[in-house]
Design a protein around this ligand. Structure first.
Ligand code: CA
Length: 240
């Protein structure tokens, strides 16, 4: 079961959120002040964090920055909750590393939808007996098999390793250099363009049975992401 952590000092709001999240089938942990928030995140490793902006002792922004600076928890999606609606504050929140932003008063169904969306991006993917699941893609690491929507894909060992790397941290952008080092190894000389070639093949295999989830980030690299279609089209044309 996925755990959602609520870091919120207003008890009625924390209770309302907790009630609704549990109704949606999530496990919930609530932290009422900023002081022990980060250590609780490290202890419980939630899939998504709802973080209030205005907290006693340590502000939501500070907590957000601290979470983003710690390797073990930095990829956990954070949704900021705040009464402030100004554009400037929104930018500050996102600048501090928040993934999403909800302004109080918000509608419960809207917040539940945001939690669900951010949950999909969570690094804590389903891994049981070495099975990795990302939406409709399933990787069986021990059998070295990949399925999409029930169809088996036939990937080369390199494409398999590339997919594994991307799928383990959805939404994270991997540079060509990092992919080369991790997938091909440090001592092998391969041009970074080679990564593009293999990504193209991987994409072709995956897209036979579902939408394009590989996102090309111009000049930066690649990630796997459910909301990828808009900015890949352009790049794909470039690659032809
Ligand atoms: Ca507050």
């Amino acid at each position: 079961m996925s755990l959602v952590m609520i870091i919120e000092d207003e008890e009625p709001l924390a209770m309302l959120l907790s009630y609704n999240l549990e109704k949606e089938g999530y496990e919930v942990a609530t932290v009422a002040n900023g002081l022990n928030a980060v250590s609780e995140v490290e202890r419980l490793m939630p899939s998504v964090i709802l973080l209030d902006w205005m907290l006693p002792e340590v502000s939501g922004i500070e907590i957000c920055k601290m979470i983003r600076s710690k390797a073990d928890i930095k990829n956990i999606p954070i949704i900021m909750l705040t009464a402030k609606g100004q554009e400037e504050d929104k930018i500050r929140g996102l600048g501090a590393g928040a993934d999403d932003y909800v302004t109080k008063p918000f509608s419960v169904p809207e917040l539940m939808a945001r939690v669900k969306t951010n949950m999909r991006r969570a690094p804590l993917f389903e891994e049981k007996d070495k099975i990795i699941v990302f939406d409709d893609i399933t990787m069986d690491l021990s059998e070295r098999k990949v399925f999409r929507n029930g169809h088996q894909l036939h990937l080369s060992p390199t494409e398999f390793r590339l997919l594994k790397m991307l799928i383990k941290e959805p939404g994270k952008v991997f540079s060509r250099e990092i992919l080369l080092k991790s997938v091909w190894g440090e001592n092998i000389f391969v041009e970074s363009r080679t990564v593009d070639v293999h990504i193209r093949r991987l994409r072709k295999s995956l897209n036979q049975y579902g939408p394009d989830y590989i996102r090309t980030v111009r000049a930066n690299g690649y990630s796997i992401d459910k909301n990828s279609s808009s900015d890949t089209t352009e790049e794909k044309e470039d690659e032809l």
